[in-house]
Write a protein that binds this ligand. Structure first.
Ligand code: ZN
Length: 145
């Protein structure tokens, strides 16, 4: 999707989404590049955060967003990484302190991503019903006015 449309959508909805997910006390910045996290090979949809400071940065790659609904879904997914960031701190602490935690990272990532995907679907449904429906109705009313 066009970068400016993705940006417009994200900036219009980020505050509502943060309120829905109880992230109002976080300072979250958004980026729209096709850069991978830390120059790695993973997705160009990512989030980094500093739990101690309640700050986070989310990158949404516009080329991976074919529609508003897909943008919404990616944005909610990355916000949920922030919601579950406490577990990331737990994982890092375990990894640092126990040599036997070699398999911890893979196990953690699977559990974390699966939990996030379930929550992502739940919150996408809620958000579409509550907010995107209102937008659609407004647009339809404007057409008939
Ligand atoms: Zn993820």
């Amino acid at each position: 999707m066009d970068q400016s449309k993705v940006k417009e959508f994200c900036e219009k909805h980020i505050e509502n989404l943060c309120n829905l997910l109880w992230l109002g006390n976080w300072k979250i910045t958004l980026g729209y590049t096709d850069e991978k996290m830390n120059g790695g090979e993973s997705s160009s949809l990512w989030c980094s955060f500093k739990l101690n400071y309640y700050t986070a940065h989310i990158n949404i790659n516009p080329f991976e967003c074919d529609s508003d609904e897909e943008t919404l879904s990616h944005l909610i997914h990355e916000l949920l990484h922030i919601v579950l960031s406490r577990y990331e701190v737990y994982r890092l602490t375990i990894e640092e302190n126990y040599q036997s935690a070699d398999n911890m990272l893979g196990l953690f990532n699977n559990c974390n991503e699966q939990t996030i995907t379930i929550l992502q679907n739940i919150f996408c449904g809620i958000y579409k019903e509550k907010y995107l429906k209102e937008d659609k109705e407004e647009n339809e009313n404007e057409k008939t006015d």
